[in-house]
Design a protein around this ligand. Structure first.
Ligand SMILES: [Cu+2]
Length: 417
């Protein structure tokens, strides 16, 4: 009797473990569960643990990324170890669906961090950049973005989810160095509110925060960073490289629009390839991704280059804010948290990617649309689908749980730099 009971308990544990390893999906294809399983169990370049069909599927993707980035097995192992850590947390969140977490650290504006908290976070970033065993973990993570840049991570609905997962992975890497840090965001609407010609003197780009904003970065925590492609980290903030229109920081009005406008209620209305919304300043179709582009251009130099951009740590502070703005939207359309927003993933991949209609990017990147398909594996994160990037689990992993829509934007506006 005892042994039967033991057996029963064991079986339960096994079933429990199994279901933990196989998160529920909206649409679980053979490809997705194979890749998920492969990533989850990946710990060396050996794939003998996979059945032959799955082995081929996985190795094709593994080799494609490895060759494109010219990474060593050690670098690939590192990326997969991070993805696995992210997946483990995801599944933990899934199992604790209704549990409210207390005492969880929340991401906040970088300028509102205490000196100690900012020192800890920036210190971890600098540590990540320090080469260990012949590689910089920071550069290994940054390079991954270049692989995904043109095809999966931009110009469509996966932009939001892809970058969210990417931020979580980066945060995971930082937490392996210091468990008490979370990302902070650069709310560039604050700097936008400074009169135009004074924006370049923002404290954000000073020795106290991200380092100087023009030329080689020679002060602050990220001074003299070397880029993997050669050269030093450099910026050219608030310079009108494209004087017409000049680069703009994130506009508070756009944040308000997506966070509070009651007529913008689906993801299709904020992503590229969808219907977009009307830009109050230009009257043109606009999206949250396009608004994010502007700040990249405003920072200039490395940040302006979609492939090299994560080489500037400001990339992650900016994206953390873009992720935050998206979260304001998500909470607006799902205030009670009872809608699975994976089902609101726009199925727009057969439409023109460029809503202005002047360039059909499908001609340049013939498969760009397909790469954004809801149930396609998220590029570089084979164990996750594009649609999964919209799930609540990733929100809850993003240290955004304490977000409250009401009052947040006002707080920003009255915050003085
Ligand atoms: Cu990006």
């Amino acid at each position: 009797m005892t042994s039967l009971l033991t057996l029963f308990v064991h079986a339960c544990i096994l079933i429990g473990v199994n279901s933990m390893l196989q998160p529920k999906r909206v649409k679980d294809t053979y490809e997705n569960s194979c890749l998920h399983n492969a990533v989850f169990n990946f710990n060396s370049s050996s794939t003998n643990y996979l059945e032959p069909k799955c082995q081929t599927l996985f190795m094709d993707k593994y080799t494609e990324m490895k060759n494109f980035l010219n990474y060593t097995d050690m670098q690939m192992n590192y990326l997969y170890s991070l993805e696995r850590a992210v997946l483990r947390k995801y599944e933990k969140k899934q199992n604790g669906r209704h549990k409210r977490q207390t005492g969880m650290m929340a991401r906040q504006e970088c300028r509102t961090l205490s000196d100690g908290a900012r020192g800890a976070l920036f210190g971890a970033i600098v540590d990540l950049k320090t080469p260990t065993g012949g590689m910089s973990r920071y550069d290994t993570i940054a390079g991954m973005h270049s692989f995904a840049a043109y095809r999966y991570a931009h110009l469509g609905p996966s932009f939001l989810g892809w970058h969210r997962v990417y931020l979580i992975m980066y945060e995971e890497a930082l937490q392996e160095i210091r468990s008490d840090v979370v990302l902070c965001y650069w709310d560039s609407t604050l700097d936008f509110l400074m009169p135009g010609s004074t924006q370049r003197f923002t404290v954000a780009f000073s020795a106290d925060l991200f380092g100087n904003g023009r030329g080689n970065v020679i002060n602050g925590a990220f001074a003299n960073w070397q880029l993997p492609g050669g050269g030093t980290l450099r910026r050219d903030i608030a310079r009108a490289q494209f004087p017409n229109p000049p680069p703009s920081l994130t506009r508070p009005g756009i944040v308000d629009l997506i966070a509070t406008d009651p007529s913008i209620t689906s993801h299709t209305q904020i992503v590229r390839g969808g219907t977009g919304f009307t830009d109050p300043d230009t009257g043109r179709v606009h999206t949250w991704e396009q608004e994010h582009d502007n700040t990249h251009v405003w920072v200039g130099e490395i940040m302006r280059d979609v492939v090299a951009a994560p080489g500037d740590p400001v990339f992650f502070f900016h994206h953390t804010f873009i992720d935050y703005g998206w979260e304001l939207f998500r909470q607006k359309i799902n205030p009670n948290g009872n809608i699975d927003l994976r089902n609101d993933y726009p199925n727009v991949f057969r439409q023109k990617i460029n809503p202005n209609g002047n360039i059909d990017l499908r001609n340049d990147y013939p498969n760009v649309g397909g790469f954004h398909a809801p149930d396609a594996p998220m590029f570089g994160f084979q164990g996750i689908t594009n649609r999964d990037g919209y799930s609540d689990e990733y929100t809850r992993m993003s240290h955004l749980i304490q977000l409250v829509v009401t009052g947040v934007v006002d707080q920003h506006n009255s915050f003085t730099v």
